[in-house]
Design a protein around this ligand. Sequence first.
Ligand SMILES: Cc1cc2nc3c(=O)[nH]c(=O)nc-3n(C[C@H](O)[C@H](O)[C@H](O)COP(=O)(O)OP(=O)(O)OC[C@H]3O[C@@H](n4cnc5c(N)ncnc54)[C@H](O)[C@@H]3O)c2cc1C
Length: 499
Amino acid sequence: MVEELGKLLSPERVLSGEAVARAYDCDAYTVDRSKPTCVVLPLDTAEVAAVVRWCVAHSVPFTPRGAGTGLSGGAMPALGGVVISTKKLNKVLQIDIENRMLKAQAGIANKRISDAVAEFGLHFAPDPSSQTVSTLGGNIAENSGGPHTLKYGVTTQHILSVTMVDPLGEVLEIGSLVPGAPGYDLLGLIVGGEGTLGVVTEAWVKLTPVPAAVRTALASFRTIRDATECVAAIIASGVIPAALEMMDKGVLRAVTAAFKLDYPAEADALLLIEVDAKPVSERNAAIPRPPDTDSDPNAVSPKRPTPNETVEKELSHVIAICNAHHAISIDMAQNEAERQKLWVARKKAIGAMGRLAPSIVTHDGVIPRSRLPEMLDFVYAVAEKHKIGVANIFHAGDGNLHPCFYFDDRDPKQVEAVIEAGEEIIKRCISLGGSVSGEHGIGVEKSDLLTLMFTPDDLRMQAMCKQIFNDGMLCNPCKVLPNQKGCVEHKKRWRGVGW
Ligand SMILES: Cc1cc2nc3c(=O)[nH]c(=O)nc-3n(C[C@H](O)[C@H](O)[C@H](O)COP(=O)(O)OP(=O)(O)OC[C@H]3O[C@@H](n4cnc5c(N)ncnc54)[C@H](O)[C@@H]3O)c2cc1C
């Protein structure tokens, strides 16, 4: 395999051996592992297609992989075979400022897209917290969200079209550069398809103007209940902040120890709030001129607030709500440096948690926002019952919950406890009217849990969608859909094993 793939690409772009197998046997969900035979590093769409065709001809499974930051086991090569890494597919191919779009290869890191157009006052709006490393292809496959999803939407709202190598090795162009394309929305299937429908090699993405004004505040609360009730009240009041991120005392402890940050000692929860406003030109385009000014060229338009006035007004509205919910401190950034400082706890939290235990599993569920307070009480009770550490950090404005369990994955009992605790939490999310996943996908982690949300008929329909592109078991097998042939035994073997 290694020799033949080396002839298709070049020998140095086919990696194999024990160290490689260990490095690529999981993503950031480290509970389930499986080793590939080799890893290929193609440079373009044609090379990806050649590898896929080789795999199909030899019945070898293949798994697309970006940066491996996925949190549900999506990039793990469940049945071994070839990992198709997009590490070298990392170029910006075209920038079209006039039409506010950009074409890039799928392996480019999310943040590099925004960096490439920063000088034009534009950015790529989806911003998963992993954005400095996670790739465009991974974001597309997982339909990733991020702190600013609340206002700007998830990845699918920002993708225009993709070039994809389908599971038989054919190159497809899916989507359209203009809105309202006719026909079925196949692009909607690809975005969120978790790499089970083919390997995306290139994509055209939409670019969004950088906000003209931003204000950021960090509020601390004595109880997590005060903070979560505050979140529900902010949204209910009609304001949609650009970000509304929550961290509990577990996160506070980790970031305080790691970065010597100073938060009120009696705080059990932090709420990071960001409000922003579009540039004036954008707002004028979006708001039609009043009819009387259309007919009278000399009529004076009513004065619209400037972006600064808009954010100041929104911020003071939100601060009033925080105070009404017993905030014990509210820090407001006065400049960009202070803003970045307020974001530190949020952006570095997962890294800081690495100090608490050798392993972390970041769970992901979603519930109606108003149920956050009772859901968090449940999360703490479950962690205590299973005797595992938990810290919560999440996009609270979306009702998107991320309990991070920290534990030692060399102890099979702790691994089992983490899996059981996660399942209990997800079941509770469903019973509260939520979902098995807010943004991290299903992967291998949650495929069994899909049966809690969907009927057998629903799942058959989803399997039919998959078959449009993937009528076999070679392209990213054992992911998303439950009970796939040959996968259950593997899962039993991985789980509960100490490494
Ligand atoms: C610290 C941290 C913070 C995170 N924050 C967020 C967050 O705020 N929001 C959020 O939504 N997620 C978050 N994540 C999860 C993760 O970063 C995202 O799911 C991300 O989009 C994965 O990108 P990746 O390049 O690492 O993909 P990988 O992990 O390599 O792969 C993820 C899935 O995509 C598939 N895939 C990858 N590339 C392609 C391709 N070119 N074509 C087809 N399929 C492909 C893989 O097969 C796999 O199923 C976070 C993860 C970490 C570790």
